[in-house]
Design a protein around this ligand. Structure first.
Ligand code: MG
Length: 159
């Protein structure tokens, strides 16, 4: 049986902060602010994985009020979520991601983000897709005040 989950995340951008997207460090004058490493791509993917399995959302499993997750590498969230899906008899089948960012331009980094995400999820490359879009200068993202990400994950039951 095939199931699908939708994920979304956004974080504010500030000068002098590191920027990690999909587990890849991106050179940028602006970086994301958050409790963990503020990786919007991995957070959206985790929420999509949890949604597909009917397991709630990232805030329930990895609350930002928990000092344990302060500065955490979001790859840990992906691994722990994979374990929870495995325990329920699911495996991730495919992921599609849209990153919304005005700054920096992400075209040159899409392939490395794709490879890292495939590695984290244990998927062949052709089941991982990364799209990067700007907001054409409109709204908060268009003013480079933040970065957002949408993800769709499909999972299959192993039984
Ligand atoms: Mg987040």
């Amino acid at each position: 049986m095939l199931r699908a989950g939708l994920g979304y995340d956004s974080h504010r951008l500030l000068p002098g902060r590191p920027l990690k997207l999909g587990g890849v460090e991106i050179p940028s004058p602006l970086g994301t602010v958050g409790h963990s490493d503020a990786d919007v791509v991995l957070h959206a993917v985790v929420d999509a994985m949890l949604g597909a399995a009917g397991l709630g959302d990232i805030g329930e499993w990895f609350p930002d009020t928990d000092p344990h997750w302060h500065g955490a590498d979001s790859a840990i969230f992906v691994r722990e979520t994979l374990n929870r899906l495995n325990e329920k008899g699911y495996q991730v089948h495919q992921v599609d991601v849209i990153i919304l960012a005005e700054t920096p331009r992400l075209g040159p980094y899409k392939e490395s983000i794709r490879r890292r995400l495939a590695e984290l999820l244990g998927l062949p490359l052709d089941r991982v897709n990364i799209k990067a879009k700007t907001s054409e200068g409109m709204g908060a993202i268009g003013r480079s005040e933040g970065i957002a990400c949408q993800a769709l994950v499909t999972i299959v039951s192993r039984t």
